[in-house]
Design a protein. Structure first.
Length: 180
């Protein structure tokens, strides 16, 4: 194997695309660990509640935090795979060129939506921080999770901007790349 074959992606991915792919791999690993933690917590809570009459203290609140983490970590992953739910009722009626324009339009609308969600989530984090809002039982601050969700939404926004640039350049988007 030569040095050139190590540096060149067979699909011709840009360095930004390779970086996003690596970042998504790391996010997927984190998501797997968080999902396992949530599964273990719920299992321990159920066993403790049913067999020992001792549930995990604050288990419900911990599961809420872990669920928020899982949902918002998956957002950049799904965005990079271009795997959001779509409805293609009229796709067969349009020519291939219009489908490309439609794809760019949908990406742009998605980018605006993600920007608004990320911004509003950040504002909500500020409100929660100013009010020193905490959970009911564990008394954990809620603002950090709102900021975390906002940051992951911003990452998904950045990823969708890369997808828009790729689509405008005529590159194959990740979801439509040929499988091996």
């Amino acid at each position: 194997m030569t040095e050139a074959s190590i540096d060149v992606d067979p699909r011709g991915a840009t360095p930004v695309a390779r970086l996003i792919t690596r970042l998504n791999g790391a996010l997927a690993m984190i998501m797997a660990v968080v999902l396992f933690a949530m599964m273990s917590l719920v299992t321990a809570d159920v066993i403790g509640r049913n067999f020992f009459n001792t549930p995990v203290k604050g288990g419900f609140e911990m599961v809420q935090f872990l669920l928020a983490i899982i949902i918002f970590i998956s957002l950049p992953l799904i965005t990079w795979d271009n795997g959001h739910v779509t409805v293609s009722i009229f796709e067969g009626y349009f020519k291939r060129h219009f489908t490309h324009i439609q794809q760019i339009f949908v990406l742009c609308v998605s980018a605006v939506s993600l920007a608004v969600i990320g911004w509003r989530m950040w504002v909500q984090g500020e409100v929660l921080a100013e009010g020193k809002q905490i959970t009911g039982f564990l008394e954990w601050p809620i603002a950090p999770i709102a900021y975390f969700m906002s940051a992951l939404t911003a990452l998904a926004f950045a990823i969708i901007l890369v997808l828009i640039v790729m689509a405008l350049a005529g590159k194959v988007l990740p979801s439509s790349a040929p499988t091996e």
